[in-house]
Design a protein around this ligand. Structure first.
Ligand SMILES: Cc1cc2nc3c(=O)[nH]c(=O)nc-3n(C[C@H](O)[C@H](O)[C@H](O)COP(=O)(O)OP(=O)(O)OC[C@H]3O[C@@H](n4cnc5c(N)ncnc54)[C@H](O)[C@@H]3O)c2cc1C
Ligand code: FES
Length: 264
């Protein structure tokens, strides 16, 4: 883990309301594992404001790229960062997906929203090609489909309004595939509801898998406890883990999904 100041090499719209930001990162780039993230200080927001976490989409040629959507103050300000400008970040952070994947298991990726970013990097780092399920509310929410096609992965697209691919949820398409009974390992990244639904299916089918969980973060390095998640332990109890450094990747069956629901 390093703090690095990167020069903006490219920064442009990629459609669906997302932008791609590429920063030089000669120190961080060679250390990146798929599923890790950077904690970026947004220039213009001031030193006192929190950094923002973004999954690493590409780490190559001494640079890293992220894909982000403008959802609030930080990401709106980030969009003004010009090519040639500077931004500092801490990275790579988090545990990343365990690799290599087990032999004789088809890798199955399931993505919602910007969850395709870390899964695209994961696919690029796998020897075996598998199948990827990408879901969104509408065709506008789908990202990076070409990445997977270019890599030769099978692709199943779902949208809730039927504007692209099968009409329904990503779990509908996954259910149909899982019902064939193939030996698989699942890697998923997306909204909590999607991850919880996938986790349930992995338990039902007794399949291994890894889920990438996004929690609001403060420090990003394990010190502030802003990102804690309650997890199940092997002896039937529970304990706390920090999403930023013990995660963001958790094993199937590990996350206690009831945590936080009482408060809402
Ligand atoms: C490990 C990790 C990886 C991430 N990777 C990406 C990525 O690759 N691309 C991307 O676009 N975003 C990613 N995010 C989410 C991103 O960090 C937030 O969208 C960003 O911090 C919002 O900052 P903001 O100042 O624009 O919005 P804020 O003004 O802080 O918030 C705007 C809205 O976004 C919600 N929000 C903020 N942070 C999160 C979060 N962590 N999870 C869910 N909702 C949140 C807020 O509740 C609010 O509704 C990731 C988050 C984590 C924890
Ligand atoms: S964000 Fe501070 S401990 Fe995880």
């Amino acid at each position: 883990m390093q703090v690095e100041t990167g020069i903006v090499q490219e920064h442009f719209d990629i459609g669906s309301g997302y932008r791609r930001l590429t920063l030089s990162a000669p120190t961080v780039c060679p250390q990146v594992k798929p599923g890790q993230f950077i904690h970026l200080r947004v220039p213009g927001l001031g030193e006192s404001l929190l950094r923002r976490p973004f999954s690493i989409y590409r780490a190559e040629a001494g640079a890293i790229s992220v894909l982000y959507k403008q959802v609030g103050k930080g990401t709106r300000e980030l969009a003004f960062l010009p090519v040639g400008g500077y931004a500092d970040f801490i990275g790579p952070l988090g545990n990343g997906f365990p690799l290599p994947h087990p032999e004789n298991c088809i890798p199955v990726l399931v993505a919602g929203g910007y969850g395709v970013a870390p899964l695209s990097l994961l696919a690029r780092n796998m020897d075996l090609k598998g199948i990827v399920f990408v879901g969104g509310r509408t065709a506008e929410d789908l990202l990076c489909l070409e990445d997977f096609k270019e890599m030769g992965w099978a692709l199943e697209v779902t949208t809730e309004d039927g504007s692209a691919g099968l009409k329904g949820r990503v779990t509908d398409a996954l259910d149909a595939w899982l019902s064939k009974g193939q030996k698989a390992i699942v890697y998923a990244c997306g909204p909590d509801g999607m991850l919880e639904a996938i986790d349930k299916r992995l338990l039902q089918h007794e399949l291994p898998g890894w889920l990438s969980l996004d929690k609001h973060m403060g420090c990003g390095v394990g010190a502030c406890l802003a990102c804690v998640q309650r997890v199940h332990t092997e002896d039937g109890g529970t304990r706390w883990k920090r999403c930023c450094c013990d995660g963001p990747i958790f094993a199937a069956g590990e996350i206690d999904w009831e945590f936080g629901k009482d408060a809402s």
